[in-house]
Design a protein around this ligand. Sequence first.
Ligand SMILES: [Zn+2]
Ligand SMILES: [Zn+2]
Ligand SMILES: [Zn+2]
Length: 203
Amino acid sequence: MVEEPKRTIAYLCPSCRQSVVVEKTVFSLAAAPSAIPCPCGKSALKTEIIGDRVKLTVPCLFCEKEHTVSCSTHAFLHEKTLAFSCAASGLDCCYVGEEGPVFAAMKRLEEAVDKLEAAAGAEGTFIDDVIMHEVLSEIRDIAQRGGISCACGSREWKLQVNFSSVDLFCARCGAALRIPAATADDLEDICCKPSLLIHGKEA
Ligand SMILES: [Zn+2]
Ligand SMILES: [Zn+2]
Ligand SMILES: [Zn+2]
């Protein structure tokens, strides 16, 4: 049996800020317009082949708008990797191509986003000030009860505030726990947690 040719399509969801990476067969992409939704259900990338051009509608994390981009159908279905970028920020917002290169490109983009998020947080800029303050106060409450620990056994930790999340780092093994702090759901999540465990190396 010959394996069906596949394409990997990736973008960053502006709503939950996760990477969405999906594999589609060339056949299904060519057959009909398709939507690639984020598992959170709040965003979707759309593709539509019109003759020898492909139109993509990409939700953008950076400017929180949708970008409409296009390329040749041949490139869309065969190029090793295609990158589409956000005109407002200059950063990539979508990759299409072979699985390996797309995953690698997405990893680099996630690292770039992480740096931007940390820089914004350090300046005191948050996606939602109210949510961030509430999440921080929940973390403080959990800390006061002695509820923050690492799987390595350490109870010493450091906190880093980002644009849309808070990172807890174990002071001994360096393991990290990311706590999202962007939406009301994120706040609800942490409110019901009696303790926080950083998944470091077990002692
Ligand atoms: Zn999402
Ligand atoms: Zn954009
Ligand atoms: Zn640790």
